[in-house]
Design a protein around this ligand. Structure first.
Ligand code: NI
Length: 146
């Protein structure tokens, strides 16, 4: 269904939008701050963002990036993190390990799967004792995106 709608969007269509002047003023300020040079591109991006959000909510195949900051001198920590990544290996696309000063490490993972699975991987890693900070960002694979 979504694919069909997006396919029909290939042809560029002009349409009018009615909205309150103060709302438009705020929108213009916002897109100007974000360095957009015209409203059309800003509106296109808003629509794409909305569609990506929907896709994620539908639990479609998605991409995720995970970051973990930890102190590798913590006993068993590195082994535990490796173990979890092996458990979830079908979702882990890549892992990058960066050695920081003072025995700290930054690990960056790219993952592919349903958002539910990527979040489960993140929470398993994040909850390991000694992981000081973590982050997760989900995005669509772009397959259904114009
Ligand atoms: Ni390291």
């Amino acid at each position: 269904m979504l694919r069909r709608i997006l396919h029909q969007m290939k042809q560029v269509v002009r349409f009018g939008v009615s909205l309150e002047s103060d709302l438009l003023e705020r929108f213009d300020e916002e897109i100007c701050a974000q360095k957009y040079t015209n409203r059309s591109e800003a509106i296109r991006d808003l629509i794409r963002e909305k569609l990506i959000k929907q896709e994620l909510e539908e639990e479609k195949e998605s991409l995720g990036t995970i970051s973990l900051l930890y102190d590798h001198s913590q006993r068993e920590l590195v082994n535990k993190l490796t173990e979890i990544q092996h458990e979830y290996s079908r979702y882990v696309l890549s892992a990058q390990h960066i050695h920081l000063e003072n025995s700290h490490c930054l690990e960056l993972l790219a993952a592919k799967g349903k958002p539910k699975q990527i979040r489960a991987l993140y929470h398993a890693l994040r909850s390991v004792k000694g992981v000081k900070h973590g982050g997760i960002t989900l995005t669509a694979t772009g397959e259904d995106l114009p």
